[in-house]
Design a protein around this ligand. Sequence first.
Ligand SMILES: [Zn+2]
Length: 321
Amino acid sequence: MKKILLVLITAFLMAGILSGCSRQQDHDPEDKKLQIVTTIFPVYDWVMNVLGDNPGNAEVTMLLDTGADLHSYQPTAADMMKITSADIFVYVGGESDEWVEDVLKNSSNDKCIVMNLMDILGDRIREEEHVEGMEHDHEEEETEYDEHIWLSLRNAAVRVKRIEEALSKADSGNASVYQNNRSSYIQKLDDLDRQYRAAVSRASVKTLLFADRFPFRYLTEDYGLNYYAAFAGCSAESEASFETVTFLARKIDELNLKAVLTIEGTDHRIADTVIRTTVSGNQKILTLNSLQSITARDVAQGISYLTVMEENLKVLKEALQ
Ligand SMILES: [Zn+2]
């Protein structure tokens, strides 16, 4: 796949198309809208919130808008064109975004503002963790940084601020609008963060159990929750061994958990098996949305990062009963 990408990039270069995130003239609202390219939905939604009610002077693209797995995404030729002609390009910068380096390396990238959100977070980023009872991914021996950074409400404020600064720089005429939008949006993020904290401190249970993949490391860490899961991060493995199923079932019994969690878009096969293996066999299956497969259609229907995280709070409250 990498090879194909390089061939494509080379082809662009030879055709002289890849002018590269590098339009020479300054942004002129008269003739051209600000071109902003984002990868996944949470990033797109933060940009839209900073742009505010009247995002008319910008055109914002969300590259991953079909619900396809972000962990195996590769850009099309059209996607690469968009990135290399953007004024601002914002991406997560984790292991699923390794393709970005290849695209940027080959573009003459002097005007474009490129934002790698994991770089911005610095020492706030965390490695994927292997906790007791998890399946081990035998193909992947080295520890990777957990790229699901958008699942920390707390860190979202840092990233939104940087997005606003980039917008204000690229479109200085509207800087005060962007700054106002940024403060009111960060206030909403902070409010919701407070609600999460309050819910967790009131909860009698402080452990979440996922009979599934586990992209929620940042969320559990923000609120001091313990967790168990079948797989670390978004491991490509999907079969849980007898040992894993038994371990999770015994934990449910031991901690008297009322719910087993899954993430969106997966079947509940492992959760069903785990529940059947517990003593009571009557736990509820709940789903936390990790915002990894939001589509253009969801966006058109008005979904937002905040509404999903509000729904997740309801689920969390139920899981911690
Ligand atoms: Zn993932």
